[in-house]
Design a binder for this molecule. Structure first.
Ligand code: SAH
Ligand code: SF4
Ligand code: F3S
Length: 452
């Protein structure tokens, strides 16, 4: 999309998951034709967008405190004779639209995750001080139709939303209420977007969905995410494909087989289990047991023995006893994770679990979280350590902190630092791993370099 030089400044702050990162980029795309160019400084922005997350109480509260700060900036700008429009987007917008406008009257408009293609219209209305200031309908199809297939990526990796929404209704989770029901984009649209990314230098795409492996768009290569991955793997330039987040219940045989067959599909899988206790899993409405999850992992490892596994875990779900928590630790020991995300249960208004008896005291949650993290940290370190001495293909993404250093990713999503010239950004290069830390690896190039 080529537009004239920007005449207005847009500041977007993004909270929450990768899909919000994707959405923020697309909001900028939608606003560019109106003359908005990005700025890093909210104090002189004509339009401020907070793209928000509702997943835990802390995430939501952050938004209200940030709005307080932005409001002061708006007042200062007005005093200097300039206007600032404040928009709240994302999952808090969807869940608490009316309340946001009541709690912070400086907010000009509120737009949910399936309605941000309406931003130009909402902004125009807010400037006329007339009409609806809240758009929160669930229309993913209309949204994607309104977005251009062409993207303006800024790096060699990019997110690409292929599926949205959730029908799973885990009893702790707000996502089915903030993102709506499961919906898949047509494969042809996804392919067009991926081609545009590849033409602009993107080598790795991460396919996004709240339940990305529930993807069911029609596809010549067969149904489902496996077929989509095979199709995208054929695009010249797209050398690496990742996807997140998956639900164990949608991890079908075709997708598992693809992990053994599609070279571009990276050997890394984020497959949240949440708990290792069947009693708690049932109360969470997860529809898998600890045993069925472990069997599934075995099957996946049969197809792709070196796959790195990652997961999400919640401690302190209502009714969680010591024995339930021990079962979670036991499952972790059985599976052996390369990385993980851990959370203390947060009570979310309107979700079934928030009304369950047996809410767990904060100090118990703290203690369990510390033990959980200690075990998972140990596994992450051991996984990274196991790479030392190996040579891994690294996709270099950007300059590192020190001069002459680049940072890239291994196939297993580990950050890798190496001394390397800038022209290797965007290339996949063999790197011999020399040392490992909890979060990253360092290594050295193995090949003599061609001149730049
Ligand atoms: N769709 C994805 C992501 C959901 S949100 C999935 O199903 O995995 C990411 C993670 O946040 C979840 O996996 C869960 O571990 C955590 N989470 C969701 N709701 C939560 C809550 N109320 N309290 C604590 N953690 C929560
Ligand atoms: Fe939330 Fe469960 Fe849906 Fe994931 S699968 S988004 S945790 S309801
Ligand atoms: Fe948060 Fe919404 Fe993502 S609640 S985690 S921004 S789907």
């Amino acid at each position: 999309m080529s537009t004239a030089a920007p005449t207005k400044r847009l500041y977007i702050k993004t909270y929450g998951c990768q899909m919000n990162v994707y959405d923020s980029e697309r909001m900028a795309d939608v606003l560019a034709p109106l003359g908005y160019g990005m700025t890093d400084d909210p104090t002189h922005a004509d339009l401020v967008v907070l793209n928000t997350c509702h997943i835990r109480e802390k995430a939501t509260e952050k938004v209200y405190s940030e709005l307080g700060r932005i409001r002061e900036m708006k007042d200062a700008r007005r005093a200097a004779g300039h206007a600032m429009t404040i928009a709240v987007a994302g999952c808090v917008a969807q869940a608490e639209g009316e309340e946001i406008m009541r709690r912070q009257p400086a907010v000009d408009l509120v737009v949910g995750p399936q309605a941000y293609h309406q931003l130009p219209e909402l902004i125009a209305r807010s400037h006329r001080a007339r009409g609806e200031r809240l758009a929160a309908d669930f229309a993913p199809e209309a949204k994607f139709d309104a977005l251009a297939a062409e993207r303006n990526p800024t790096g060699v990796t990019a997110f690409l939303t292929v599926q949205e929404g959730c029908d799973k209704f885990c009893t702790f989770c707000v996502v089915p209420y903030t993102r709506g029901g499961e919906w898949s984009r047509p494969a042809a649209d996804i392919e067009a977007e991926a081609r545009s990314l590849a033409e602009k230098g993107v080598r790795e795409v991460t396919l996004l969905g709240q339940n990305v492996n529930a993807y069911n768009g029609a596809n010549d290569e067969g149904e489902g995410l496996a077929g989509l991955a095979r199709r995208l793997a054929r695009i010249p330039g797209i050398d690496r494909i990742r996807y997140t987040t998956s639900h164990p219940r949608d991890m079908d045989d075709a997708l598992i087989a693809a992990h053994g067959e599609v070279e571009a599909l990276m050997p890394y899988l984020h497959l949240p289990v949440q708990s290792g206790s069947d009693r708690i899993l049932k109360a969470m409405n997860r529809a898998h047991t600890a045993e069925s999850y472990v069997r599934l992992i075995e099957k996946i490892r049969l197809a792709r023995p070196d796959i790195a596994l990652s997961g999400d875990f919640i401690v302190g779900f209502p009714g969680e006893r010591d024995a339930d928590f021990e079962a979670t630790l036991q499952l972790i020991r059985e599976v052996n994770y390369a990385s993980a995300f851990t959370f203390k249960y947060s009570r979310r208004p309107g979700t079934p679990a928030s009304a369950m008896p047996g809410q767990i005291a904060e100090d118990v949650k703290d203690e369990r979280l510390a033990r959980l993290n200690a075990l998972l940290d140990e596994q992450a370190r051991a996984f990274n350590q196991s790479q030392v001495g190996k040579t891994l293909p690294v996709l270099f993404e950007r300059a590192g902190r020190y001069p002459g250093q680049l940072i890239g990713r291994s196939p297993y999503l580990q950050a890798v630092h190496a001394t390397a010239p800038d022209h290797l950004i965007g290339q996949i290069v063999p790197v011999r791993i020399e040392s490992a830390a909890r979060m990253s690896l360092s290594g050295a190039l193995t090949q003599a370099l061609e001149p730049a």
